[in-house]
Design a protein around this ligand. Structure first.
Ligand SMILES: Nc1nc2c(ncn2[C@@H]2O[C@H](COP(=O)(O)OP(=O)(O)OP(=O)(O)O)[C@@H](O)[C@H]2O)c(=O)[nH]1
Ligand SMILES: [Mg+2]
Ligand SMILES: [Zn+2]
Length: 308
């Protein structure tokens, strides 16, 4: 038996790298009891696994070590199956763009809820600033103000014009970083800049829809020659949340959670309860209206699921 880390997953086959750096193409046999989560992929990139050789080149995964954390999503709110994007990560680079394609704050907030739930530090990276006009630059500064006030580090970059790439590289040091975001925001283009040994395929933005074309199809982890690992992932359209309780959702909005201590009712979910400190903070501009609106929308969109 050998042990290693899953560095690539194509659905049914997994590349597992052992300590010596040797990579074995592994499959899984039978059903796996990883944890109590129901996911379409029992093994994810970042998982520490044990495996037996089948022959010289292939192996069978026999065991998955308990995960420190993971990022999990559903394709949509209604889907039953969830997918583990990656496991055992130290931080996330959430790559967003205000143009070509436009990342919504709803997408950002849904992602952040999941990262908060597993206490995974997330840096918001605004890419493609080279194509922002004045209106978009204003919007960028507004978003940076909102998210940095909550405590998220925000960095604006341009992969094409090499702006702030070195600053970003400093954040990678010796950590395992997952990079996620919508299709076409420049995830693969960015990681190609992190190390010349990485040569990920990049795609074009469809001119009719201003959206990416899902160029990256599998999650894959790369070792950086200066220390640390980076995981490139396929672009995601929607970020469906796994089931959080109605009374738990606001715990994952740090600024709402902070104010909630002052609400009159301890079962307040900050919708229309009297003497709600959260609503009060929104009125005073302490909590961003947009974030609060997204909170309410998620609470109601996912309401059906909570009632079941
Ligand atoms: N203008 C501009 N274009 C960029 C920048 N960064 C990346 N792009 C372009 O955006 C397009 C998509 O880049 P990719 O790196 O393939 O995007 P991705 O996020 O990996 O997309 P998926 O693999 O589909 O999820 C390419 O045409 C890149 O050249 C940037 O800073 N400015
Ligand atoms: Mg890509
Ligand atoms: Zn309240």
């Amino acid at each position: 038996m050998k042990t290693g880390i899953v560095i690539k997953s194509t659905g049914s086959w997994f590349d597992v790298r052992d300590e010596s750096g040797h990579i074995t193409n592994c499959r899984i046999k039978g059903k796996f009891r990883t944890s109590n989560i129901r996911s379409t992929n029992p093994v994810a990139v970042g998982d520490n696994v044990s495996f037996d050789f089948e022959d010289n080149n292939t192996g069978v995964i026999t065991e998955i070590s308990e995960r420190k954390n993971y990022i999990i999503r559903k394709a949509s709110n209604l889907s039953k199956e969830s997918q583990v994007i990656a496991a055992n990560i130290d931080q996330v680079f959430l790559l967003v763009t205000l143009k070509m394609p436009e990342t919504t704050t709803m997408f950002i907030d849904r992602f952040l809820i999941t990262a908060e739930a597993y206490s995974i530090p997330t840096i918001l990276i605004f890419n493609k600033i080279d194509i922002y006009n004045d209106t978009l630059k204003e919007r960028l500064s507004e978003l940076k103000t909102i998210y940095s006030a909550i405590g998220y580090k925000c960095i604006e970059i341009s992969v094409i014009e090499n702006i702030n790439i070195e600053t970003l590289k400093e954040e990678l040091n010796n950590k395992t970083t997952l990079i996620s975001g919508n299709s076409g925001v420049g995830k693969s283009s960015l990681i190609n800049k992190f190390d010349p040994i990485i040569n990920q395929k990049t795609g074009i933005i469809s001119s009719s829809h201003n959206k990416g074309k899902h160029t990256t199809t599998f999650a894959e982890m790369f070792e950086l020659s200066y220390g640390g690992y980076i995981i490139d992932t396929p672009g995601i359209k929607g970020f469906g949340l796994i089931d959080f309780g109605k009374y738990d959702l606001f715990h994952y909005f740090p600024e709402i959670f902070k104010e909630s201590a002052k609400c009159q009712y301890n079962n307040c979910i900050h919708v229309n309860e009297p003497s709600c400190a959260v609503k009060n903070a929104v009125e005073k501009g302490i909590i961003s209206e947009e974030r609060y609106y997204n909170y309410l929308t998620i609470l109601h969109q996912d309401d059906e699921k909570y009632r079941k």
